[in-house]
Design a protein around this ligand. Sequence first.
Ligand code: TXA
Ligand code: MG
Length: 308
Amino acid sequence: MSTAVRRAAEILRAGGLVAFPTETVYGLGADASSAAAVARLYAAKGRPADHPVIVHFDSAEKAFAWGREIPDAARKLAARYWPGPLTLIVRRSARAQDFVTGGQDSVGLRVPSHPVAQDLLREFGGGVAAPSANRFGKLSPTTAAHVREEMKVELVLDGGASEVGIESTIVDLTSGVVLLRPGRISREEIEKQLDVKVKSPDASAPRHSGGLERHYAPKTPALLVPPHALDAEIAKRGADVAVLAFSRPDERVDYWIRMPREPRAYAQRLYAVLRELDGAGCGAILVESPPETAAWDAIRDRLSRATG
Ligand code: TXA
Ligand code: MG
């Protein structure tokens, strides 16, 4: 246990905020049982107060104490994927108060696998409310430097670049099995584990800010361009574009980042490269659309929000 982690746990106990690495993205943490600490968290993010926040724990046992009527499916998924990049929505117990659930009768629970997150959660002992450590609606940070660029936090624990690179898969188990946010753990994997059909959210789905149309967005207007249309789009716009593509750089364009054709490697880099292209100061970011296959679901989800 490092002294930085010990200090971080003390800050949390005192009602302060700490940014910490997880395997998905960096989180901005607060004591989930303290209304004042969570209010500070919402203020730092610039996030509306009625949005629910995910509560993080070092073990499934502690996590499920914040829920009630835990369905078998939740226990199965926890046994298979925790610690890991999965958030489970279950009915809440009295521990999960209105200020973390957004007044809903459910709570989001997650046990992250990143060793620094595990250390911090173990040292703190309780639940840590943690949204991604970015200003509301902006790109999630995947390094400690991204967090520092975006907000002032008393302490940012540095755990290197996040390995998954996009936010956790969110599965709502309060009525059936509903995929609220796709992620590294895919719909197909969950269906195989549970032997049920995973539903998509409908209009009655709980409020969930990741579900807003434009979210995870760069400042520069970004648009998705099918591979066959990329050349024409560049010809039309000239040099004033930044491009994220699978193909080799085109000499007409100054800012070009070539992405891997493997979805996990792509996801790992996605937010960092969008930040980089956003900083290029071009008129637009063109993103070559990824394949339509299931393996790219989570990436298409984030890209379609980033390009709103
Ligand atoms: O990978 C992650 O999940 C990261 C790391 C830090 O753990 N956290 C994260 O938190 O992405 P955030 O707040 O940026 O996104 C959490 C999403 C939000 O869209 C929120 O509305 C939804 O989870 N959520 C949380 N509790 C919920 C609940 N009880 N019902 C429905 N949605 C919920
Ligand atoms: Mg977020």
